[in-house]
Design a protein around this ligand. Structure first.
Ligand SMILES: Cc1ncc(COP(=O)(O)O)c(C=O)c1O
Length: 361
């Protein structure tokens, strides 16, 4: 008997998959590496979660009817166009689980969220990558990578980690020209932060495009990353297909209660937006003063290009008490992604970057 016959044999698809490396967390340092909300969580959500503790002996209603109905009302769609999941990560997994087979492919951008590649490979699909000059999706290059075997195409708007966005007109023209056998997964995890007047709301395009799924999350502006609730909108047929590959009881009771309440917490959303907007403007001015190159952002983070290696910059910022994200794993070895924090946290970042610039002179 050969050694191989004796050994456990993971699926061949796993040979191309590494472990996910989340934004680092260092004890005692301010964590600005995962684009979480620096104000914490929606207090209204926290109260609702506490009130729901008594119901934990019961399984949740896996179809989350109340939450889906509230989301449907808020976004002007019907309940059968909404699906909720264990973070929007789960919904990406469902998209791949429902549509990707070995021999098929998905098209993604070169510098974008790693889960798109991960879920595609997990189901044995080929990943086709289009370059992203200046941190923007090149929609024409993406379209050229589509063929008869393309099942999914992932867009992230605004994009993690560059913060750049696809304007409404470009998005609609792209969707009009794209073959209808391709399901476009439009990830809007950071869209609530967008300020550009021509930033598109994917949900408003659902009626025109039956091959579109729009993903949103409670992990960012609602400050509930640890709760694990994401939601998606799509044509009822697509929702039905995704639901068929879903585990029955994601999202849990606490997640449903917290998410439902958070949706009404306009005060927290307003404060989060104001903090981000003011922080963005402060950082823009300081980065310009330091002559550091960065992309304009529509999200709650900044992507900064350095002459130094990002790993060195990471260490200097650690020394100044903040943990940021070096973007080597996103294919950007000379770039950092830094979450916009509170005013005090942003000042710490600037002090660190100033020190870095001095050391590089
Ligand atoms: C672009 C993007 N989409 C989705 C997610 C994950 O969202 P969730 O926490 O809902 O799974 C993230 C998290 O960082 C992200 O950056």
């Amino acid at each position: 008997m050969t050694r191989r016959e004796n050994a456990l044999q993971p699926r061949a698809a796993l040979e191309q998959i590494g472990r996910y490396h989340p934004g680092r967390k260092t004890p005692g340092k301010i964590k600005l590496s995962s684009n979480e909300n620096p104000l914490g969580s929606s207090p209204v959500a926290l109260k609702a979660i506490q009130n729901a503790l008594g119901g934990l002996a019961r399984y949740p209603n896996g179809s989350a009817p109340q939450l889906r109905s509230a989301l449907a009302d808020r976004f002007g769609v019907s309940c059968d166009e909404v699906l909720v999941g264990n973070g929007s990560d789960e919904l990406m997994m469902l998209a791949a689980g429902a549509y990707v087979d070995p021999g098929t492919n998905a098209v993604i951008g070169e510098h974008t969220f790693s889960q798109y590649e991960f879920v595609t490979r997990l189901f044995g699909g080929e990943v086709r990558v289009a370059a992203m000059p200046d941190g923007c999706f090149n929609l024409e290059a993406m379209r050229q990578r589509v063929d008869g075997h393309t099942r999914l195409l992932f867009l992230c708007n605004p994009n993690n980690p560059t913060g750049r966005y696809i304007p409404e007109r470009d998005l609609t023209e792209f969707l009009e020209r794209l073959p209808k056998h391709v399901l476009v997964v439009l990830d809007e995890a950071y869209s609530e932060y967008a300020e550009a007047p021509d930033f598109p709301q994917g949900v408003s395009l659902l009626r025109r495009f039956a091959n579109l799924v729009v993903l949103r999350t409670y992990s960012k502006i609602y400050g509930l990353a640890g709760l694990r609730v994401g939601y998606g909108f799509a044509h009822p047929e697509v929702i039905e297909t995704l639901a068929r590959v879903k585990q029955p009881f994601t999202v849990g009771n606490l997640g449903q209660a917290g998410a439902l309440a958070a949706l009404e917490d306009n005060d927290f959303i307003k404060r989060s937006l104001e903090t981000n907007s003011a922080g963005k403007r402060y950082m823009y001015a300081e980065l310009q003063r330091l002559r550091l190159s960065f992309y304009p952002t529509e999200a709650n983070f900044l992507c900064i290009q350095l002459t130094a290696s990002a790993e060195i910059a990471f260490e200097v910022l650690q020394y100044h008490g903040v943990t940021v994200r070096a973007l080597g794993s996103f294919g950007l070895p000379h770039a950092l992604r830094i979450t916009v924090g509170t005013a005090e946290q942003n000042q710490m970042v600037v002090a660190g970057l100033e020190d870095l610039q001095r050391r590089m002179e």
